[in-house]
Design a protein around this ligand. Structure first.
Ligand code: SF4
Length: 356
């Protein structure tokens, strides 16, 4: 699989790989986070004032290598100059080299034997990095599989026990209500429905859309949610005689097609219902799954959900209990360590390993 590289002029490429310069100043943004090869460009930056920064920090410049990939870093976050200085400005090394407008934050620099190659603009692809690049033994992290990552996350966090509910209907309501909301809010609404005896298909079916909207208002988007819940509930009452378990005890390909035909329900919600209410071996893809898979180069940014799902099937088999845990663990990892613009790779339970 191709990796990504960034060309940086000397002496900055050298300073970054030495761990001296921890920020790269760019005019442009990228969504990409994760490992990045650093190519030392052919030209040397002639900004004397900037290079005087080295002297200020007591660093003597070495002889630079030019026109070669000289190592790898993790691109962890990108901030505006103002945000960056607020966060990292207390450190003289960070302050000295930050210019903006966008500050790319690098962690875990690893120097490799130089691989001479032309540079390029923006982020550019490098093919077969494992065959071409030779890192000193102490900087090599083992390639890891989805299975190993799963075991590591499970070991770190323990079982997540999703989905906390007493019946498939309660699971489904939770999945719909938590969308664009927070779990404690959805949980309170479900407890309220339960206290009123409304956690039954036939009782819910008696409600008007307006009545249900009132019950679930605190979770937000109540109009769309009430409409979807009532159309599902009415379908199960009319076509399945209220037998939700029987409805869910069918092949997941058929169920997925049927559920996706309802207005207001997407692929992830459908797969969550199949997995957590139906105990079926499907692998929902959340924004956290996607971010993780891209940042660790299991897939590239253009990959669709089907491709990610296939990878999980290939590496993890088709065990609903494993998918149940994996999905929940990646959500937890994403929320705690791997946010959209900020990553905590150095302390992340996944962070000490190089992508597989
Ligand atoms: S999963 Fe952890 S190591 Fe990987 S990019 Fe996110 S924060 Fe960094």
């Amino acid at each position: 699989m191709a990796s990504k590289a960034l060309t940086i002029h000397g002496p900055w490429a050298w300073a970054i790989l030495q761990g001296i310069k921890r920020v790269e100043n760019r005019e442009w943004l990228t969504e990409y986070r994760g490992p990045l090869f650093i190519q030392a460009g052919q030209s040397l930056d002639s900004d004397d004032a900037a290079r005087a920064s080295f002297l200020k920090l007591g660093i003597t410049e070495p002889k630079y290598i030019r026109g070669a990939i000289i190592g790898e870093v993790n691109l962890c976050a990108i901030y505006s100059l103002e945000e960056y200085l607020q966060k990292y400005g207390h450190d003289p090394y960070n302050r000295e080299f930050a210019r903006g407008p966008w500050c790319w934050v690098f962690e875990n620099p690893r120097i490799c034997e130089p691989v001479y190659c032309p540079g390029n603009f923006q982020l550019w692809p490098v093919k077969n990095p494992k065959e071409e690049f030779h890192f000193p033994a102490e900087s090599v992290c083992p390639g890891v599989s989805l299975q190993e990552i799963y075991e590591k996350l499970l070991d770190h966090y323990g079982p997540q026990k999703w989905w906390p509910a007493e019946s498939p209907l309660e699971v489904i309501l939770g999945i719909i209500l938590v969308r664009n909301s927070q779990w404690p809010v959805a949980e309170r609404v479900i407890a309220g429905l339960k206290a009123k005896g409304l956690l039954q298909l036939d009782r819910l079916a008696e409600l008007s859309e307006e009545q249900l909207q009132t019950e679930i208002r605190s979770t937000g988007r109540q109009k769309a949610k009430a409409k979807l819940i009532l159309s599902l509930v009415n379908f199960w009452c009319e076509k399945w005689n209220g037998k939700l378990m029987a409805y869910l005890a069918r092949p997941h390909e058929i169920l997925r097609k049927e559920l996706l035909a309802f207005s207001g329900i997407g692929r992830e919600t459908t797969d969550l219902i199949l997995l957590y209410a139906g105990n079926l071996p499907v692998c929902p893809v959340s924004i956290y799954t996607r971010r993780f898979m891209i940042r660790h180069q299991f897939v590239d940014e253009k990959a669709d959900d089907e491709k990610m799902e296939r990878l999980f099937y290939t590496h993890m088999g088709q065990d609903h209990a494993v998918f149940n845990e994996y999905y929940a663990l990646l959500v937890k990892l994403g929320r705690e360590y791997c946010a959209k613009t900020d990553t905590k790779c150095s302390t992340c339970p996944r962070g000490s390993m190089k992508p597989g």
